[in-house]
Write a protein that binds this ligand. Structure first.
Ligand code: HEC
Ligand code: HEC
Length: 480
């Protein structure tokens, strides 16, 4: 009945659209966006044959290359130690799988109403979060929790705030098919992709398959792309690797408070990822009027974890306000203050939570919390932000939240500052507001588009460090 009807309507919409796509891909989306398509047929979409920066092509696989790999394991290095190894990463995907994942990630074809993509809630400009306390689904429904960043998500062993998913592949099925998110069904998703004029060729290239597109390939490509979102070249990292001028006095004070056994932040937010990947019960409050969220404590066996959430990474945390699973805190200072307001101060009456032993009463001063916030700002690094696809295989426009026009308006002021602060001699000065690079200018670094690949191919840790060090040092004053 109702669902059959809507399925039929959507199938028709997709078939009609794929016919249009076959004829003139970019015109298919023109009605939605009002973009000025010149009518010139664009070149067919090709998948990149190069790995993103920070990955090296070994055989057919992209392997992570990072300075932290030269350090020993976490053991014996002290909890807040700077020269500590990274946990194992998900790598080994092919360049084509990663690039296909990028197209899928930004493509609203994956949602029931063709309007929401993964990128709608995980926006590159917002630290791959969405700036909201709780996310909004494809049909406008309010979600239950806040969208986490996806930076460095390839290192995580547990996904979601309550850690309920063990892999990126399994996780992806969550948003795709959740009624309050993209609201799709496996049947319709597979139908839409297989009926599309471009995707079957791209999947055949990425997975060397001759048959139809299958669900495991979709989630593998999404996992491949998400694992390429590496952010480990912040000012903090320059400091950690030995360039001590990278942080100013306030930031170093903040770092020392953060690592101290009084504050204990680093016991859970352990460098270099700034998470120990465990579930911890810390007793954060829900927004006014919202029911208590049991987090990981959903069953009798997990009762000890009632109110427990995964320790989130603090990488790029300055970009992902509001904070905590509930988006309860608007600023980093507020989030830091929470820990000094008394153990269990926000636990609702009648709830008996087993608060983690590192949740104590550090009684940090306002100044110390500000120093911590200043330090957390030094964890910002978006240098490997992937480029927005200029064109989607589905022929649909990019989802509204990341569409160049809107993003350009919002970011124009910031963009101007960022591009000049980056380095006047770099290729970013070639950016002009009228080109299609408008939003791609601040999204620098990822090689998956031809324009960036020359730069990416010559990327080395030391070179990149030098560029960003000088630029970031110039900005030091802003972080006081
Ligand atoms: C409607 C907004 C929305 C959409 C669309 C969406 N997400 Fe999310 N995403 C969220 C929220 C909210 C969470 C946290 C949910 C929870 O923990 O219960 C999340 C969590 C995640 C996580 C776990 C991160 C972590 O640190 O644990 C990953 C990975 C992820 N999303 C990837 C994706 C992918 C891939 C897609 C597209 C297939 C997608 N998301 C679509 C809102 C969204
Ligand atoms: C016992 C482990 C633990 C300790 C110690 C700890 N945290 Fe956390 N932190 C967490 C958990 C768990 C969350 C998520 C809680 C939630 O969503 O309700 C979190 C969330 C945060 C967030 C929000 C991140 C986001 O993306 O929303 C910030 C900021 C933060 N902590 C900073 C600190 C600081 C600063 C300290 C030291 C004063 C500290 N933490 C100490 C476990 C810890």
């Amino acid at each position: 009945m109702n669902s059959w009807l809507s399925l039929a309507v959507l199938c028709c919409a997709v078939l009609c659209q794929s016919v249009a796509v076959g004829a003139a891909p970019r015109l298919a989306g023109a009605g939605f966006t009002g973009e000025d398509f010149s009518g010139v047929a664009p070149a067919p979409i090709q998948l990149s044959t190069q790995c993103p920066p920070s990955f090296e092509l070994v055989g057919q696989q992209c392997k992570l290359v990072n300075l932290y790999q030269q350090y020993d394991s976490l053991q014996n290095k002290g909890v807040g130690g700077t020269k500590t190894a990274l946990p194992a990463a998900r790598d080994g995907f092919s360049p084509q799988q990663i690039d296909l994942g990028r197209f899928l990630f930004f493509d609203p074809l994956l949602s029931a109403n063709k309007q929401q993509a993964c990128a709608s809630c995980h926006q590159p400009d917002k630290g791959f979060a969405d700036g909201k306390a709780v996310s909004t689904g494809a049909f406008g429904q309010q979600g239950k929790r806040s969208a986490p960043t996806l930076w460095n998500v390839g290192f995580l062993q547990k996904l979601f705030w309550d850690g309920r998913s063990p892999s990126l592949e399994q996780q992806a099925a969550g948003p795709l098919f959740a009624p309050d998110e993209m609201a799709n069904t496996p049947e319709k998703l597979l139908h839409d992709l297989n009926a599309n004029a471009v995707y079957p060729r791209l999947f055949a290239e990425a997975f060397a398959n001759k048959g139809p597109i299958e669900l495991p390939q979709i989630v593998t490509a999404l996992a491949a792309f998400q694992s390429s979102l590496i952010s480990l070249n912040s000012r903090y990292d320059h400091y950690a690797h030995g360039f001590h001028q990278a942080l100013n006095e306030t930031e170093i004070k903040g770092m020392n408070v953060f690592r101290s056994f009084v504050a204990r932040c680093a016991e859970c937010h352990t460098p270099p990822l700034f998470t120990n990947q465990q579930i911890a019960v810390i007793g954060t409050p829900e927004p006014e009027g919202k029911p208590f969220d049991v987090g990981a404590g959903t069953t009798e066996e997990t009762a000890k974890l009632r109110g427990g959430f995964k320790v989130p990474t603090l990488r790029n945390v300055a970009l992902t306000a509001p904070y905590m699973h509930s988006g309860r805190f608007a600023t980093l200072e507020e989030a830091a203050e929470f820990y000094s307001k008394g153990r269990g101060h926000a636990v609702p009456k009648g709830e008996k939570l087993l608060l983690h032993w590192h949740i104590w009463e550090p009684k940090l001063s306002a100044e110390e919390n500000q120093q911590i916030a200043a330090f957390l700002q030094t964890l910002t690094d978006q240098s490997l932000t992937p480029q927005l696809p200029k064109q989607l295989p589905s022929g649909l426009p990019l989802p509204a939240e990341v569409r160049p026009q809107q993003a350009a308006e919002q970011a124009s002021q910031q963009t101007q500052q960022q591009t000049t602060a980056w380095t006047p001699t770099s290729s970013t000065t070639a950016w002009t507001p009228t080109s299609s690079q408008t939003t791609e200018a601040p999204l620098r670094g990822h090689p998956l588009q031809a324009t960036q690949s020359a730069k990416a191919a010559t990327w080395t840790p030391t070179q990149n460090n030098t560029i960003s060090q000088s630029a970031e040092l110039a900005k030091n004053g802003e972080h006081k």
